[in-house]
Ligand binder design. Structure first.
Ligand code: AP5
Length: 209
């Protein structure tokens, strides 16, 4: 199964991608996580990407495509993958289409006011990228990752003013991909409000259709 997850910041792409990865037995590839690790390790790519990420803009296509293409050729992707956060522009979608055929693009959609609450309450594990929410998806021990015991952090781009900018960037640059994939018969729509488990079941259903 070669799957792309679309949806605005905070729609739940990472949360659902984790569950789908276990269910389908294919890796989750999150360009946001790869970029954040590069920023944390102060690599050349991280230095170039940081300013864009902290201000809610997209990292330039050439950098992201050059980073993602080799990852999609690694052996663990033979049975498929779940792409979380890529493609985000038509140029990225075109680059991906030259590499391989997809099975589906799932669009997680949600009311804009819910997106702000989801992003500003998010806590993440800097070690294993697990995602929590202070109210809707809290860890068992406040501030500590259930899986590895690391102290959770707030993402630099989860300040409300940056979240608003990220939503704006999504509307202008990424939302056109909904039509792009609809035109190619690959789009599956999933309403992303409700319990995490309910949304997971909805996603499985649309993938069977
Ligand atoms: P990225 O990390 O991809 O961020 P994003 O697309 O803005 O998505 P988020 O990670 O914010 O949200 P999500 O939809 O994964 O939601 P989550 O599951 O965490 O990208 C970050 C930056 O990197 C970009 O701004 C850009 O600069 C750069 N970048 C990355 N890829 C790029 C690319 N291809 N091209 C160019 N630049 C790129 O859930 C959110 C919160 O809600 C969590 O707290 C979660 O616990 C909670 N939650 C989830 N589901 C539910 C539910 N059903 N009910 C209640 N709470 C829920």
């Amino acid at each position: 199964m070669r799957l792309v997850l679309l949806g605005p910041p905070g729609a739940g792409k990472g949360t659902q991608a984790e569950k789908l990865s276990v269910y389908l037995g294919v890796p989750r590839i999150s360009t946001g996580d790869i970029l954040r690790h590069n920023v944390a390790q102060d690599t050349e790519l991280g230095k170039k990407a940081k300013g864009y990420m902290d201000s809610g803009q997209l990292v330039p296509d050439d950098l992201v495509i050059a980073m993602t293409e080799p990852r999609l050729k690694e052996p663990d992707t033979k049975k498929g993958f779940i792409l979380d956060g890529f493609p985000r522009t038509i140029a990225q979608a075109e680059a991906l289409s030259k590499l391989m055929k997809l099975d589906a693009a799932v669009n997680l959609f949600l009311e804009p006011e819910d997106l702000i609450k989801r992003n500003t309450g998010r806590r993440v594990c800097p070690k294993d990228d697990a995602v929590y929410h202070v109210f809707t998806n809290p860890p068992k021990k406040p501030g500590i990752c259930d899986r590895c015991g690391t102290a959770l952090i707030i993402r630099a781009d989860d300040k409300e003013e940056v979240v608003r900018k990220r939503i704006d960037t999504y509307d202008r640059q990424t939302a056109p991909l909904i039509k792009y994939y609809r035109d190619r018969g690959l789009l599956r729509e999933v309403y992303a409000s409700g319990l995490i488990e309910e949304i997971f079941l909805r996603t499985i259903e649309v993938l069977k259709a």
